[in-house]
Structures are given as structure tokens and as C-alpha cells.
Write a protein that binds this ligand. Sequence first.
Ligand code: 5GP
Length: 114
Amino acid sequence: MTEKTLFQKIMDREEPGDILYEDDRCVALRDINPQAPSHVLVVPRKPIPTLDALTEEDEPLVGHLFLVAQKVAAEEGLTDGYRAVFNNGSDAQQTVAHIHLHLIGGRRMSWPPG
Ligand code: 5GP
């Protein structure tokens, strides 16, 4: 069996994590190093390593992650907007090889991203 990812360990309560929401397909938890007043990671239970590993079977799952992000954003009071992004691969500085949607909000952001 392959080793669990960090996020799987948090989902399985083997590592601490501030979990805001969970269902049978995903978990939303606060980022340990928040980049804004609200920074939540929406992570599928399925340990897909990168966006490049997605298959057609994952299409509804990815849509679900965005709908959960929408719910969490409302609960976080992000009425003025938010960013919902995936860092993918080394150029984007993905550091955890288990895809996760970053929901970032609560401050005015700049564009382009650094
Ligand atoms: P990435 O760089 O892969 O797009 O995002 C990984 C995110 O996971 C980073 O924003 C980082 O702060 C967060 N992170 C790393 N270790 C932990 C941890 O142990 N707990 C939580 N909640 N977040 C973590």
C-alpha cells in the first residue's frame, strides 16, 4: 500500500487539522499558513496527485470541490469575492501531491499572482 498523503492523514485524524466541512467525497480544512484572513483547502478524499492525473471519472468530483468551496465561502462571509485556485506542478509551487482547491479571501488581492 502506498503511503498516505498529508491530507489523507488529516482526514483520517492521524494528524491534526482544523476541518470546517466534510462529506463522502471531500474535506475542507484551514490552511496552516494562511495567505489571507480566510484560507481554506478543499481536498478530495481520493488522493489524486496532480491535475494532470485527472480522468473523466473525476469530472463530477472536481465540480463538487467548487460547490463545496462556494458553501464554505458563504460560511466564511466572503461576500466581496474570493480566489479559488489549484497550484499544479513545480512552476505553480505545488508542494503537496494531493490536489486541493485553495479558497482564499477576506482581503483585496492583486493580479497577476506572484
Ligand atoms: P500547495 O503548495 O501544494 O498548493 O499547497 C499546500 C498547502 O498546504 C500550503 O498552502 C500549506 O500552507 C498547506 N499545508 C502544509 N502543511 C499543512 C498542514 O500540516 N496542515 C494544513 N492544514 N495545511 C498545511
